[in-house]
Design a binder for this molecule. Structure first.
Ligand code: ME8
Length: 662
């Protein structure tokens, strides 16, 4: 730790490695990254930990399915998680894997402390166990489904080590009383307090039925049950048994979704109390992102992936959207429509437009140099006051993790600036000395407002604010601005603006959604020979990771042979509500009738297509376009700069339906 700086240690959950990150995991990690950046700007020494939870039956099964050893499987998955976080700019300070040696030692050490202090005993356990959530389901009977995920439980009897959780009812209730801020938000705290008041049963913390886990030293074949193992990762990431040297423990903040609240607010503090170790200061429980009111899961086919959104709109847009759209703590629906709407209105028309407008006016009137404000009028003072008040409000809201409110306040300031420019009309002023002085005041005021906004938005949108900082020609990095010293009036005149930038190019909604969905489809169902999805070159905005776009120069005939194309005949064609470009077709391909979506609605009348013979790729993995299943692809030429589709066809011959194209 650096001397003199207060420390702040925060964590995301460590995620399971039997799948890859979706928007839910991304959400928690974005929140953590935002807090990390915010706290750094407030002068804290911050450590943020994320990682992967790599033991348990699910991983054993997933590895088997992949035909790999568990060790190789988790190494590959952990690498994919880490690489995706890097790609999205969400690199944590510590990435802990539960197969790390340091972690293994920490779990064994924590167990020894709990046992030495008399909180561990050996016993028999028979219970209903949910292998998906890796948890015994208390009070469940044989045949019951898991109340959390709804899938069947299994009856398990085995010798286990038990943790005396029952001994912690009173200590935990005392602890919650003395630390009212420990569980946030308040409603979650009440839920947990009543749960603990209802009585606590001892907890089985080892298994003999699982092979893939951390061994209990001297007690093989016992391995640790995943939660005793997983929760300890927070401690092993910052030193494990030697945590005092690093000076980061106890954690200041554990961020978790509501699915794992009990583990973090009941079991985890109890384990630590039993070991006589310091207990974390706060657990913040947030809600779920839902798709059509259901929790996302790959098995339901309703997951939203972060990469396609980041590729098309930029990661900052995704960060902004998830923090702005849903009050932190509550559940909320994820919708691409709302995402693109906010992108266009708040980013392209809002922040992006203000930045380019201010820069263009300063360029035109003052040769790109920040002017010096002259005499201030009441409307200039009023705007300054509004901004100054917003600074305090925003910092307080960030501090309370009220991201939506903080952003609302900032966007209120952006709207005030737009209004100010519209009413002051600097472009309508002439070249007299008086008019020049007035222009200077208006444009300095606008630039100063933009500087303050840039600093305040930085924790949420690090990439684009770095670009606005450069656009304003400001020294150093925006990340190193001290938030507590931020005041209206600090913008020095005379600095030269940086080169002009387009921050958030507007996108056409339907097209953007189609592109995101197509990329997500490809990521979820990669066709064996498929190329990665292409991002629209014209619509890839600031901070967006460029999608790989190159096709190989030449392919062998064996590659071409993988694509099965046949002659099909269109039987029905209809428009899709809410998707202007798509037609839903049924196509006879000789052996069956297929439903296929084609992006030709703007150029072909559905009625005129009936009976038409077309070339169809028939062995493409099915995918959903705007929620409609498409099982195949119709071949069309892309004509002209807009790529107008012209269907490939067979006008001269009477070709047989189902004939193969070679
Ligand atoms: O539970 N909306 O890992 P996990 C919002 N390994 N957040 C969501 C979400 C959604 N739809 N889906 C997932 C585990 N999350 C354990 C944790 S910690 C010691 C061990 C986020 O891969 C949210 O933070 O199932 C949730 O708590 C976490 O991912 C669960 O990730």
């Amino acid at each position: 730790m650096s001397p003199g700086k207060p420390k702040f240690y925060l964590t995301t959950p460590i995620y399971y490695t039997n799948g890859l990150p979706h928007i839910g995991h991304t959400y928690t990690t974005v929140v953590a990254d935002t807090i990390r950046r915010f706290k750094r700007m407030r002068g804290y020494e911050v450590v943020m930990t994320t990682g992967t939870d790599e033991h348990g039956v699910n991983v054993e099964r997933a590895a088997k399915k992949a035909g790999m050893s568990e060790t190789a499987f988790v190494a590959k998955m952990a690498e994919e998680w880490r690489a995706l976080w890097d790609e999205l700019g969400l690199t944590a300070d510590e990435f802990v894997r539960t197969t790390d040696l340091q972690h293994v030692r920490t779990v064994q050490w924590l167990f020894r402390l709990c046992r030495e202090n008399g909180y561990v005993y050996k016993g028999q356990y028979t219970g209903q166990y949910c292998i998906y959530d890796n948890a015994f389901v208390n009070d469940a009977k044989q045949g019951d489904n898991c109340p959390d995920c709804g899938r069947p439980t299994e009856t398990i009897t085995e010798e286990n080590f038990f943790f005396k959780l029952s001994a912690f009812q009173k200590p935990l209730l005392d602890f919650y009383r003395k630390n009212p801020g420990f569980i946030q938000p308040e409603t979650r705290r009440n839920e947990i307090v009543s749960f603990v008041e209802g009585g606590l049963k001892d907890l089985s913390i080892t298994r003999t039925t699982i092979r893939w886990g951390i061994p209990v030293p001297g007690e093989e074949p016992h391995v640790f049950y995943v939660w005793f193992d997983a929760l300890t990762a927070y401690l092993s990431a910052v030193g494990g048994p030697e945590f005092e040297k690093r000076g980061m423990w106890p954690a200041d903040l554990h961020l978790v979704g509501k699915d794992i609240i009990r583990f973090h607010t009941v079991y985890w503090p109890a384990f630590l109390m039993a070991a006589m170790l310091p207990v974390p200061k706060q657990v913040w429980v947030h809600g779920w992102f839902l798709m059509d009111a259901e929790k996302m899961s790959k098995s339901k086919g309703n997951v939203v992936l972060p990469r396609p959104i980041a590729n098309l709109l930029g990661m900052d847009a995704l960060r902004y959207f998830v923090l702005r759209e849903i009050p932190f703590g509550q559940d909320g629906n994820f919708s691409y429509d709302a995402l693109v709407t906010r992108y266009n209105s708040d980013l392209a028309n809002g922040l992006g437009n203000l930045a380019s407008r201010a820069a263009a006016l300063i360029e035109k009137n003052f040769g790109g140099k920040i002017p010096k404000a002259a005499e201030r009028k009441p409307q200039d003072e009023a705007l300054a006051k509004e901004v100054q008040a917003a600074i305090g409000e925003v910092l307080e809201n960030y501090e309370n993790l009220s991201f939506a409110r903080a952003l609302e306040t900032i966007w209120g300031v952006i709207a005030a600036a737009d209004k100010y420019l519209t009413s002051e009309q600097p472009w309508a002023l002439g070249n007299s000395e008086q008019d020049q002085a007035r222009k200077a005041t208006i444009l300095w005021t606008t630039a100063e407002l933009l500087r303050v906004v840039t600093v305040l938005v930085h924790p949420v949108m690090p990439a684009s604010t770095t670009r606005i900082w450069a656009l304003l020609g400001l020294p150093g990095s925006v990340a190193s601005v001290e938030l507590d010293g931020l005041r209206w009036g600090q913008l020095a005149p005379g600095k030269q603006l940086g080169p002009a930038q387009t921050l958030f190019p507007r996108v056409e909604k339907t097209e953007a959604i189609e592109r995101i969905e197509a990329m997500a489809n490809e990521e979820l169902n990669p066709a064996p020979a498929a190329q990665p999805a292409k991002a629209a070159p014209s619509a890839t905005p600031a901070g967006a990771a460029a999608a790989p776009q190159t096709a190989p120069d030449k392919i062998g005939i064996e590659d071409f042979a993988k694509v099965e194309m046949r002659v099909g005949q269109i039987k029905t064609a209809e428009r899709i509500v809410g998707a202007d470009k798509l037609l839903k077709l049924t196509v006879d391909i000789g052996t069956e009738i297929r439903q296929i979506c084609a992006g030709i609605a703007q150029y072909y009348e559905p009625e005129k297509l009936i009976g038409r013979k077309v070339a169809v790729v028939v062995n493409l993995a099915p995918r959903k376009l705007r929620g409609v299943e498409s099982n195949g692809m119709i071949i069309a030429a892309a004509v002209g700069p807009e790529g107008r589709p012209v269907l490939a066809g067979f006008p001269d011959e009477d070709v047989e339906i189902g004939a193969r194209l070679k």
